[in-house]
Design a protein around this ligand. Structure first.
Ligand code: SF4
Length: 384
């Protein structure tokens, strides 16, 4: 196991579209012992782990900076004190909200000092009216300033997230967002298509017909505009929703998509160990109660996959990446995949005939541009 994820499930307020595992809470209401309990969860789990030398660390959320400058720094130092020793050249990412209330040069400097070297900033749009419509707590100028501050502080790799199809956005605003995003000089840009998640304020607004969202064609046009603009700026689309300048792909996410093991700490964090998948309870109070009592936190999901399902999972993630998949290669690395090879190859050949995948090298297949537009249904077909 060589990857570590730490989840901070708190935000100052919930964005209208967000179904991620986070609760809106005042910073003062977050238990002061939260960072210490993350470390205690690590020690509870480490009883059965070899010395932990992560090659990637990812602090995500929610909003990690809700722990405050002192809390985040204490967390990083305390993890080191209990034996989390990053390998040299470890990629260590922290997600940031660009709101000035949660982002400061001091925060960045102190994180750089403990080894953090990659910043991922939730920008989402660079249009103030769009940001306000979905309840983001920052404006476009603050997002641009946050990126400039991260670069000036010395982060060699800065990434931002954008969402296509937000309420109030249109083709012109989206193009302007893309242009401004590229002008920021970041190394990584994630572009997600808005999805309406059940139970969110956005879903209620859609049900009440009080927001209009782009149809499938308009959404595809915006994603295509992103790919074209980013390709011109030198970014390559190494995964369906992720673009990077060469050498700046997120190694943590690549490891997860390639099916490597990772340890997740914190409420709602997922872990993968071999065939085992485990997601901690999202309820941070239940998580805290258990860890305070030196018990492993309860799980919302715990499953041991069959090796055949594991092979299929790896195949699906592989197909979402630019590097694609090699059915025969899978069978060599994972003998349980052998039973799927003939079926996968037949399905890939059928998808190639209609331009959804192409053979990028002998026996290795990847989605085409058209394939990326219909990835979910293509993958469904492969699994039938
Ligand atoms: S800041 Fe991020 S995690 Fe928090 S509510 Fe908004 S989208 Fe969700």
């Amino acid at each position: 196991m060589s990857h570590l994820y730490v989840h901070t499930p708190f935000c100052l307020s919930k964005c209208a579209y967000c179904a991620l595992r986070s609760s809106a809470i005042a910073q003062s209401a977050i238990p002061a012992d939260f960072p210490d309990l993350i470390v205690r969860e690590f020690t509870l789990r480490s009883a059965s782990l070899p010395p932990f030398r992560p090659s990637t660390i990812y602090f995500g959320g929610g909003t990690p900076a809700m722990l405050g400058v002192d809390g985040l720094e204490r967390l990083a130092r305390a993890l080191a004190a209990v034996g989390v020793v990053p390998v040299p050249n470890c990629e260590w990412t922290v997600e940031f909200n660009p709101s000035p209330s949660l982002f400061s040069p001091e925060l960045l400097e102190r994180l750089l000092a403990v080894g953090v070297n990659r910043a991922s900033i939730g920008v989402q749009s660079l249009d103030d009216s769009v940001l306000a419509r979905v309840g983001r707590i920052h404006n476009a100028a603050e997002a641009e300033k946050a990126v400039a501050v991260a670069k000036a502080a010395g982060f060699g790799s800065v990434g931002i997230d954008l969402i296509a199809g937000l309420p109030g956005d249109d083709d012109a605003k989206w193009r302007a967002t893309l242009d401004r995003a590229i002008a920021l000089g970041v190394q990584h840009i994630s572009v997600y298509a808005l999805t309406v998640e059940e139970g969110t304020p956005l879903a209620a607004a859609v049900a009440a017909n009080s927001v209009r969202l782009p149809g499938d064609d308009a959404m595809l046009a915006r994603l295509a505009a992103a790919e074209e603009a980013l390709a011109k700026a030198g970014f390559h689309r190494y995964e369906i929703s992720n673009y990077a300048l060469p050498g700046h792909e997120c190694r943590h996410n690549l490891a997860c998509w390639r099916g490597e093991d990772y340890l997740g700490l914190g409420p709602g964090a997922s872990s993968r160990t071999g065939l085992m998948r485990r997601t901690n309870s999202q309820d941070w109070r239940k998580w805290r109660e258990a860890v305070l009592a030196s018990r492993l936190p309860p799980a919302d999901d715990e499953d041991t996959l069959t090796s055949a399902d594991d092979a299929e999972e790896r195949f699906v993630f592989g197909l979402r990446m630019e590097e694609g998949v090699s059915p025969a290669g899978f069978a060599t690395r994972f003998p349980s995949a052998a039973q799927h090879v003939a079926r996968w190859e037949k399905a890939l050949a059928a998808l190639a005939a209609v331009g959804i995948v192409s053979e990028i090298s002998a026996g290795r297949w990847a989605l085409t541009g058209r394939g990326r537009e219909v990835a979910d249904s293509a993958i469904e077909r492969l699994l039938q």
